[in-house]
Design a protein around this ligand. Structure first.
Ligand SMILES: [Zn+2]
Length: 56
């Protein structure tokens, strides 16, 4: 519950910010991040969707 929004991780070897994959709260399989039209995480298994309140 005290988990912070640590969706991003800086990869020093590539100099890029990479997304950390979330796990589905329903079936605990790995969720995929979709950028458009709104940032959201979607589970490929049960289609659970979680929207992020990401600022641009
Ligand atoms: Zn799921």
């Amino acid at each position: 519950m005290a988990e912070r929004h640590k969706l991003y991780r800086f990869d020093y070897s590539t100099g890029k910010i990479v997304l950390k994959n979330k796990k589905c709260p329903r079936c605990s399989s790995v969720m995929a991040f979709h950028k458009s039209p709104l940032g959201r995480w979607q589970c490929g298994k049960c289609n659970y969707v979680e929207f992020t309140s990401e600022k641009r």
